[in-house]
Design a protein around this ligand. Sequence first.
Ligand code: PCA
Length: 155
Amino acid sequence: MAYVFVYGTLKKGQPNYHYMMDSNNGKAEFVATAFTTHKYPLVIASKYNVPYLLNLPGQGHRIHGEIYKVDNRMLDFLDDFESVPARYQRTVVELEVKESAGKTDGDKMMPGSITEVFVYSTTTYQPDWPSGPTFDSYDAYGDHGLIYVCKEDRD
Ligand code: PCA
């Protein structure tokens, strides 16, 4: 078991959420919403309008996302899905818990508490990305109008 913070297309309601809920890929259980204790640039870039979290702490915004408890099978799936280590790296990020799922077992993360969990961030990016618009929360269907192109639809 491991905890993963998702901030992009894997969040609830976003284009790749269904992969997290597909039991063929393993198990993922929603634990809490959270935001990073440090700022990071979250940009939407490339011709496919992909959300990228740049591992440049101190720039951008505190990023909002969701914490999931995943089994090893799902962690393997996500590593593969995010092309670790070629395109993404799985590192640890410090988070402040916002709203916790209403569970009573020992797993409950308390709002306001600080926790460290895995996150996927891009290993490579264009030099102009950090200076472009950065977001505090990703929504594929947001006002920015940058519609995400799913992996299956890329050329
Ligand atoms: N999916 C992962 C990383 C970027 C993306 O699109 C996530 O939602 O955290």
